[in-house]
Design a protein around this ligand. Structure first.
Ligand code: CP
Length: 309
């Protein structure tokens, strides 16, 4: 199993645990592609999915992963809970923990909330995205997708385009890619790049064509339209023209570049529909790999250590 009890972030996560999760994901992918699609390895375990922020992919794939593993899966949504009546995060969590749960998945807008949860819960905690801090399970499914496509991650050239400053996906992807030996270039307007990008150990450019000509794979990030009022990008149209994964740009490349995006996408802003729906895009493979990766994470964190897959 793993050295770690929780999965809070990848910055300090052991590389051996990361590799074990990735390798085990492929076994679960085989199971998902078999007629049975199930492996009852978490029977009797209760897992609560606590979503204090909206989600489509992460919430559904965790729920599906839990069901495919035979766990009892409970979904908690803050918008229909007593949080609306003013109950604090601490009280909410302690009440849920009192009902005897084995694991908790949390998405919350506040960086550090997943780590905080470990103080109130006896079982394992999995971070499903905490503000602009980390989204480790997205990065793991991205690594599984890369390994599936290229057979390896070491020395892969990966471009990450967009709002690096506010993106938990970018941070977790950078930590994972660095642990696995990839080369990384980040690209975006200077207002959306962190001032410590160099300290993060990545190269920086503001020229998307330069990245596209260099990389094997490009990860487009969602422009957080809810932050538009902060004035970090002049307009959606200008962003699309300067930093968009446009059909015009991608189609004139001399080699194939694999296109990834964590979703949700703003079609016509950071990515053109013709690019998102092209044969080079592995965006829906990422989604399927999300279920296999989350089965792997749950099994390795919560499974019976004596039971072999
Ligand atoms: N990629 C991702 O986290 O998507 P959701 O917000 O839909 O979960």
């Amino acid at each position: 199993m793993l050295k770690s009890k929780h999965l809070i972030g990848l910055e300090n996560f052991p590389t051996s645990d990361l590799n074990k999760i990735i390798d085990t994901s492929f076994k679960f992918k085989e199971i998902l592609e078999s007629p049975e699609r199930k492996a009852i390895l978490l029977k009797g375990k209760t897992i609560v999915n606590m979503f204090f922020e909206d989600s489509t992919r992460t919430k559904i794939s965790f729920t599906l992963a839990e069901k495919r593993l035979g766990a009892d899966s409970i979904n908690f949504s803050s918008s229909t809970s007593s949080v609306k009546k003013g109950e604090t995060l601490k009280d909410t969590i302690q009440n849920i923990d009192a009902m005897k749960i084995d694991g908790a998945v949390i998405r919350h807008g506040h960086p550090g909330s997943a780590l905080k949860l470990t103080e109130y819960i006896d079982g394992s905690v999995i971070n499903a995205g905490d503000g602009s801090h980390e989204h480790p399970t997205q990065a793991i499914l991205d690594m599984v997708t890369l390994k599936e496509k290229f057979g390896k991650i070491k020395n892969l050239k990966v471009g990450i385009i967009g709002d690096i400053l506010n993106s938990r996906v970018a941070r977790s992807d950078i930590f994972a890619l660095q642990k696995l030996g990839a080369e990384i270039v980040v690209c975006g307007p200077s207002t959306l790049l962190p001032s410590n990008a160099k300290q993060l150990g990545v190269n920086i450019t503001h020229n998307i064509d330069e990245v596209l000509n260099w990389c094997d794979v490009v990860i487009g990030l969602r422009i957080q339209l809810e932050r538009m009022h902060l004035g970090r990008i002049p307009s959606k149209r200008e962003y699309h023209s300067e930093f968009g994964l446009t059909y015009e740009r991608v189609s004139k490349l001399k080699k194939d570049v694999v296109i990834m995006h964590p979703g949700p996408m703003n079609r016509g802003v950071e990515i053109d529909s013709k690019v998102a729906d092209s044969d080079n895009a592995v965006i829906l493979d990422q989604v399927l790999n999300g279920v296999a990766s989350r089965m792997s994470i749950l099994y390795l964190l919560l499974g019976d250590k004596s039971e072999k897959l």
